[in-house]
Design a protein around this ligand. Sequence first.
Ligand code: SF4
Length: 379
Amino acid sequence: MNISAMAGIYIHIPFCKQKCHYCNFFSVASSKNKAEFIGALKKEIKLQKNYLKNEEVKTVYFGGGTPSLLSVFEIENIFEELNKYHNISKNAEITLEANPDDLNTKKIQSLSKSIVNRLSIGVQSFFNDDLKYLNRVHQSEQALCAIKQSQDAGFKNISIDLIYGIPTLSNEKWQKNLNLFFNLNLAHLSAYSLTVEPKTALETLIRKKKIPPIKEAESIIHFEELITQTEAHGFIHYEISNFSKEGYYSKHNSSYWLGGNYLGLGPSAHSYNGVSRQWNVSQISKYILNTKGEAIFEKEILSKTQQFNEYVMTSIRTVWGCNLEHIKNTYGKSFYEHLARSASKHITEQRIKQKGSVLSLTRLGKLYADGIAADLFKD
Ligand code: SF4
C-alpha cells in the first residue's frame, strides 16, 4: 500500500449533544451558537487562504465535536467557501465524522448526494451497557441501522470507531463487536483503547468509585485479539489504531502521520506546515468574536529536534515506518546515528524490525508503541 504525504484541511465543529464521559476533545454540549460559528469559520477560511501556498488539497475532514449536527446545506455551504479560497482537488477525499443518532434516513439520503464521500461513524460498541458507561447518546440499534442505511444509500468508504478496554466490555463481548464489524462488510476500522484523560467526567467518576476503573491487562487482551482478528479478515494494520482493506485507508490521517502539511480551521484546530505549528483558541465565544480580521491562534516554530521527534512519533506507529534515509537527508548524520543507536536494543528485543532503511514495529512492539516512540526521541 503506497501513499505519500499530501495537503489536507481539517474543520473542527465544536458542538455535541452531550459530553461523553471519556472525551477530552474541545466541544460544548449545545449548538446554540451554530450560525455565528459558521459565519466565523467562513471568515477564517478566507483569512487562511495563503497558509497552504496554493498546494493542491487532497483531503478535507469535518471532525469535532459532532459535525453530523450540521445540516447537509451547512456542510456544503462551508465547502463552497473552502473551494473559493483554497485549491481543493476535484477528487478530494471528503470525510464527515458522524454520530449514529444524527444519521436518520433523510439525512443519509441527502448526504449521499452531497460532496461527502467518506463517513466515519462513532459506534464505539454494539452493546448498550458499554454505551451507557461511556455516556454516549445513541443506542446500539441506531448504529447498526445508520451503517446499513449508509451502505444502501451508496456509501462505499465507511469507517467505524470502536473502543475496547471498557470495564463493562468482557472479552466475549469484544469478540462479538469485532464479529459484527466483520459481518457488516466495512472497509475501515478505527479502534481505540479507553484511556482516562485528566479533567474528564470519567476520571472524576472513577476517582469517586462511582463506576469501575479500567483494567490495563484487559485492554491488552482486547488489542491482541483485534490484531489477530483483523489480520485473519484481510485488513491491513496500517496505523496502531487503524485497520483497512487495501485502498481504503484514511488518506487524511495517513498524510498527517507522514508529515504532510495541513490547515486546521475552527476552535482548537491545529495547523502544520513542516516548520511551524499553530493552534486556534479553544473557546467558541472568542473564536466567534474575532471581528478584527485576524485568526486567533498561538504559534510555535519547531526546532529541528522537535520536527524529528514529531516525525518519529507519528511514523513509527504506521505500516510505512520510520525511514532512516529520510532522517539522514532531512535532519543530518547526528539524528540518523541517534535513531540507529536508540532503535538497536528494540531490534535485538524484537520490538522493532528493520527492512532496508525502514524501521517499523513488530507485533510485540505494537503493544508498547508510545514507550518505544518516546525512547527514540532526541533531547
Ligand atoms: S461525541 Fe465525540 S467529541 Fe462529542 S463528547 Fe462524545 S466523543 Fe467527544
